[in-house]
Design a protein around this ligand. Structure first.
Ligand SMILES: [Zn+2]
Length: 227
């Protein structure tokens, strides 16, 4: 059996890497924060001008303390001193590596190439990736990455705006049946802009409606990223 692939052992490839941790924004990744004396903003002021005077004085004192190094370091409360926090978004970044082995995995569905990719500058175990999970071209990997990082949401089906041009067309049964087939394999996403105007995935939209779904999955494309 012969399977065509453009990648070979030694090929430089790009892949998507889940981001699990990001730099803590409170301590900027250092794991600690520095505080001078806390400001007194509440007690014992006779007048607003006295309050302002006191603040000025306190700031000056803190500044002087900072200059002479009389400040205390505390473990960052946000990340617990680790400097990294769990990533909320985006979810992926592009990684680069080198193909170190290619294996053929045969199963009842046919055969698949499995690439062992060793990440550059990282001695960890090579990743096992399929042909469609690696790219020779960084831009293509980046485009896929941007797509994966777009916001995805479930929205009530009646909130989706259908442009006139779509509403007038009714996909033929053949197309709907084909989509129903795909359905069994994976749920299909609907592409909308930030105002929930649909611009791709109208057949999927109709399928969801036929199946009586109340909430449907959409991918939200900001205007500047629209394909
Ligand atoms: Zn922190």
């Amino acid at each position: 059996m012969y399977i065509e692939t453009s990648k070979e052992i030694g090929s430089k490839v790009y892949f998507l890497k889940p981001i699990r941790k990001v730099k803590c924004s409170l301590c900027n990744g250092t794991g600690h924060i520095s505080l001078g004396k806390p400001l007194n903003v509440e007690d014992g002021y006779e007048s607003p001008s006295e309050f302002v005077q006191s603040l000025v004085h306190q700031f000056a004192e803190n500044y002087r303390d900072a200059v002479i190094g009389n400040i205390k370091q505390y473990k960052c409360p946000e990340c617990g001193g680790k400097g990294m926090v769990k990533a909320m978004s985006p979810k992926y970044e592009v990684g680069e590596g080198t193909v170190v082995a290619i294996n053929m995995i045969a199963n009842t569905n046919g055969a698949n190439m499995m690439f062992a990719v060793s990440e550059d500058g990282n001695g960890s175990t090579p990743r096992k990736l399929t042909d469609d999970e690696i790219w020779l071209d960084r831009d293509k990997a980046q485009r896929k990455c941007d797509f994966m990082n777009l916001e995805r949401r479930l929205v009530p089906i009646e909130c989706i705006q259908i442009p006139q041009s779509f509403a007038k067309t009714i996909p033929c049964n053949e197309k709907l049946m084909r989509r129903l087939d795909e359905w069994r394999k994976f749920e299909t996403e609907i592409f909308v802009d930030e105002k929930l105007n649909l611009f791709d995935g109208y057949t999927s939209f109709l399928m969801y409606r036929m199946l009586g779904k109340n909430d449907v999955p959409v991918v939200i494309w900001p205007d500047e990223k629209r394909p």
